[in-house]
Design a protein around this ligand. Sequence first.
Ligand code: NI
Length: 386
Amino acid sequence: MDWSNLEEKMVSYRRHFHQYPEISHEEVKTREFIKRELESLGLKPFSFTGKDVVVDLKGANPGKMAAIRADMDALPVEEETGLPFASKNKGTMHACGHDGHMAILLGLVQFFKERQHELKGTIRFIFQHAEETVPGGANEIVANGGLEGVDAIFGCHLWQPLPLGTIGVRKGPVMAGADKFTIRIFGKGGHGSMPNETVDPTLIASLAIVQIHTIISRSLHPLEQAVVSIGELKSGTTYNVIPDSATLSGTVRQFSPEVSKQIHKRLDDILHGLCISYNAKYELNYTYGDSAVVNDAELYVLMKGKAADLFGEDKVIEIKPQLGSEDFSYYTNCIPGMYTFIGVGKEDVPYGHHHPKFDIDESMLVPAVKLLSGAVIDFLHKGEAS
Ligand code: NI
């Protein structure tokens, strides 16, 4: 493999994607660019949803099918990096590294294309739309049969919290599930001077917030991990009027559907109790979002081994579960999957994912291709004498 040639190509892909970012569900030009690149390699891309781009590469010998996925969407962020290849689409930016993910996947396609004659099994390359939104693209791809016949799936994220050159792995739950809730509390409005004539929804909302914060500390098993955060409280319009209603909304991060259900139930119990005691009514809308990304135990061993072989054991980091969410969970809910973190963090660059000054380190594109291709080959050729 001519790695420096491939690196040059991947850097130019990445910079192209970076210049022309498109937000979730609107990745039109991105999709067309990828399709053209794949066709220029003599491949026949297709799509499960009309928004994704997929290509299958069949090896010379029959075997299992492995999928590798990259996400294509950017964020509604105004870029402030000042890079020469900064976004030309105002108010939109690849501020999460998905530009790099697409470049890596195109690099992998080219890597495997050169090895098609010695490859066993099939590789499906999935360029997925809309990772950043709920509902996202993974769900749609799975619902349209995108995983039929696929035995395992691999994905990675260029990851700023990890030092440059390291690889983050973890077995089991690795990224959180994310739910969302909205609460409306209905009281009885009136004059601020006569609270006895009213049912004050602001007070009930305040008490609800305090009690909701006991769910994690007093209801959840101490060894379970979850977050409940209230990000929004809206009530009233002026200083001397008690309003009719108040609205709260928040997010829940968890690593199992049971915890989700338990938190949902506790929210309902708390609101029910409070509203009875203060003579108010409530409405709770709880939306179960992406579930947790769970890494398969065998694929984890395979990936960790490959990372240690390639980069040395000291570069492999056992990471803690990340509280961010990822719709890669729709794949790992169906088939064994492995989601790996590629360290791109630099001490002198403190800007994290989704920040207007976020930037990836392009020197990790080639290592990512080496790692994923090695793991996929190991998976497809497993059981063979080497
Ligand atoms: Ni991302």
